[in-house]
Design a protein around this ligand. Structure first.
Ligand SMILES: [Zn+2]
Length: 380
């Protein structure tokens, strides 16, 4: 029960609290999360923290500063600026999102909030974007498990069982020279749809910091069972040495100990860090206690989300990966602290880059502008 350390009333406290809220109470709760108090507000334009003039009929404030006089609401200047949800629906949105360990479907959220599926999608994506943008990216230290897993672009097998010919066997099991010669042919049905799916393939590389333990090589001891402390993820086209080295340079402190599997992408990590690897053909944990199970455990959570969402689309895959990383990291916290963190991030200053006016037709821009920091370039 490592994922549910808080039990009973502590788990449901927030749901119970907001069940009978009205709009005023919901707005006061959001104001506390955003500004840290309910009696003063920070003007999003000039930044003055004061008791501004209240416009009751519109649930807005007018800035007290004579030079500014900006009119703003609880969501002004945030990702949820101009949002059509009521204050209570915003609270319920955060509560529903937090309460779904494997992600929440659009239909379920739409019914819970009495909104349509398009609105549900846009608001959920804004939450995922807030998680990605506010995630803790300080370099990891101590014991770090690194591994990659394939998602998106899954090939479909042929509808008919056909005997593999020579070239398809070579494409799968031949020498590199033979594979290059028959490139493009494979045992999977080589249909135009599968060729298109293969283009969508992505690899999530997870860097998982373990809780500090007295003996990191004590396989199966209580110390190693405390799980992941922090996770940093990156979406790449393949699990390759260039991307892995760049990620480790950026996100791993010198002097850390790295556990990986025997993939060639990790071959150079031993030059700068203490690097141990486990041979997966022999087992998940080597006799001397080396394992990358913290990364594998995270991937199992992402696979759970994959079932919930019926797969991921590549342009948005990194958002789901960050969502799952957040869920993995806050699995031991109470419902209230998780929702508080979510709402603080949701109401942090700055508009949504990718999801503002999405259904007004601005989605193409976001698809072109992938963030270099997270989405690694295609290797040559
Ligand atoms: Zn102002």
């Amino acid at each position: 029960m490592a994922n549910q350390p808080t039990r009973g009333a502590a788990r449901r406290y927030f749901s119970k609290q907001i069940r009978h809220y009205n709009e005023d109470q919901a707005e006061a709760t959001l104001a506390e999360f955003r500004w840290g108090c309910t009696d003063r507000q920070a003007c999003p334009k000039c930044g003055v923290l004061a008791q501004h003039f209240r416009i009751k009929t519109r649930r807005q404030w007018r800035c007290i500063s004579a030079e500014c006089t900006h009119t703003f609401s609880i969501t002004s200047g945030t990702r949820f600026d101009n949002c059509k949800l009521t204050r209570l629906q915003l609270l319920q949105l955060a509560e529903a999102f937090e309460g779904s360990p494997k992600g929440i479907t659009l239909v379920r959220l739409a019914r819970a909030l009495c909104i349509n599926e398009k609105a549900a999608q846009q608001n959920l994506m804004k939450i995922r974007e807030a998680i990605r943008d506010n995630a803790d990216r300080r370099p990891l230290r101590g014991l770090i498990h690194i591994d990659g897993a394939h998602f998106c672009g899954i090939l479909r097998k042929s509808m008919r069982r056909v005997k593999a010919d020579e070239s398809s066997v070579l494409s799968k099991h031949g020498t590199p020279a033979a594979r290059a010669r028959v490139r493009g042919r494979s045992i999977n049905a080589n249909t135009p749809d599968n060729i298109r799916r293969a283009e969508n393939k992505r690899v999530v590389i997870a860097l998982v910091e373990a809780f500090p333990a007295s003996n990191i090589f004590a396989c199966g001891s209580d110390d190693t069972r405390r799980g992941a402390s922090r996770i940093i993820v990156a979406s790449c086209y393949t699990e390759n040495m260039g991307n892995v080295t760049e990620l480790v340079h950026k996100y791993v402190e010198p002097g850390s100990i790295i556990f990986t599997d025997e993939n060639v992408a990790y071959a150079r990590l031993g030059q700068e860090h203490e690097h141990h690897f486990v041979n997966h053909t022999e087992g998940y944990c080597s006799p001397d206690g080396v394992t990358d199970n913290l990364a594998e455990g995270f991937f199992s959570r992402v696979r759970g989300a994959q079932h919930t969402h019926h797969g991921f689309r590549p342009p948005y895959f990194e958002l789901y990966a960050w969502e799952m990383a957040w869920r993995e990291m806050c699995r031991r916290e109470t419902q209230e602290s998780n929702i508080r963190q979510l709402l603080e991030w949701m109401l942090s200053p700055g508009y949504s880059h990718d999801w503002r006016h999405y259904h007004g037709g601005e989605k193409r821009k976001s698809r072109r502008c992938v963030r270099r920091e997270i989405v690694m370039p295609r290797p040559n």
